[in-house]
Design a protein around this ligand. Structure first.
Ligand code: TRP
Ligand code: SF4
Length: 328
């Protein structure tokens, strides 16, 4: 039997940080061996919120793909492409928009949440309301079976399934209903203990040089109750300890866990230990990055191979869609 198909996308709105690596991206890397994977740069989706500032999109696309490759997305196994290179997504989005009832979109929880979160932008647009319709088109045009996403995207997957059912019912059984694969997200917070995010200016980036990592780690907020060196601390509430669990050896984790509680280790020393391990684990990543930065033609080539493969599938699906609707 053919392998099941996985598809996922990411908006190009800046460089990737450790939150991405341990969430969505790490999950993508693992799926490559089991599934036929398609990963794409959702530049039209980025445009729904960045339409006044399109430079950031253009500036992030290549960089984001480099980040993917460095994090272990393997172009021999997975197909990588840019959404706007495949106009069929837009055609399917248009056709779906004819059959999606407005209330389905208006009650979408992320619609309201995002508007509040990005209150500095005017998101009362037609395109932004239709965000999940475009997402549904992205997914079903490849007849994807599985979609790895974070928790926040689950309503969009539900909506995708509703759209599929409606299409299949109105016209013809063209599309399978895709399921989400929820990414396990270990808790890595930003240096200020808020969610790691570019907009909070608290992120550790995959591409940060070692000195930058040292500085940022030294600024991390630890156990807020531990004010002085002689105070005992609680690693369970300390973000630095969460990072130890990801980057340090079991012996080191055990030692920090013990010594912190009896003030046997200070936060400065504890952070230096963690920062060293983090820097070491990002080394292979940095090396690959240097390679791709000086071989950008390789990235272009990967994307153009990917777009060919993806377009082939998308255009076949669109033939079926036009036939099912009876419009061509
Ligand atoms: N909405 C997704 C996000 O913000 C990005 C995305 C666009 C996507 N199209 C997709 C994810 C299709 C999965 C499948 O993360
Ligand atoms: Fe956190 Fe380490 Fe300080 Fe304990 S010693 S509070 S684990 S930084």
């Amino acid at each position: 039997m053919d392998r099941q198909r996985v598809l996922s996308g990411m908006r190009p709105t800046g460089k990737l940080h450790l939150g991405h690596l341990h969430g969505t991206l790490g999950n993508w890397v693992k799926l490559q061996d089991e599934y036929e994977c398609f990963f794409f740069v959702a530049d039209w989706h980025a445009l729904t919120s960045e339409y006044e500032n399109t430079g950031v999109i253009k500036g992030s696309i290549q960089d984001m793909v480099v980040d993917w490759l460095c994090a272990g997305i393997d172009p021999e196994k997975s197909t990588l492409f840019i959404q706007s290179n495949i106009l069929e997504h837009a055609e399917l989005h248009l056709l779906l928009s004819m059959i999606v009832p407005l209330p389905w979109l208006e009650r979408n929880p992320t619609y309201k949440e995002q508007q509040e979160e990005m209150s500095n932008k005017d998101l009362t647009t037609y395109g932004f309301l239709g965000y999940p319709v475009l997402q549904a088109a992205d997914i079903i045009i490849y007849k994807a079976n599985k979609v790895p996403v974070g928790k926040d995207q689950v309503p969009h997957l539900e909506l995708t399934r509703e759209i599929v059912r409606r299409f299949n019912y109105l016209y013809k059984n063209v599309f399978p209903e895709p399921e989400q694969i929820l990414a396990e997200m270990p808790k890595v917070l930003g240096i200020d203990r808020r969610k790691m995010s570019k907009s909070y200016n608290n992120a550790l980036y995959l591409s940060d040089p070692p000195e930058e990592i040292k500085t940022k780690v030294s600024q991390m907020i630890t156990d807020p109750q531990r004010k002085r060196r002689k105070d005992p601390g609680d690693p369970d509430v300390c973000n630095v300890f969460s990072f130890h669990k990801l980057y340090s050896t079991n012996d080191q984790i055990g030692m920090v866990d013990r010594e912190c509680r009896k003030a046997g280790i200070g936060c400065v020393e504890c952070k230096e230990l963690m920062a060293g391990n983090l820097i070491t684990s990002l080394l292979p990543y940095r090396e690959k990055r240097l390679y791709y930065l000086s071989h950008s033609e390789r990235v272009t080539e990967i994307l153009s191979e990917g777009v060919k493969k993806a377009r082939n599938i998308a255009s076949k699906t669109m033939d079926e869609v036009r036939e099912a609707i009876g419009i061509k």
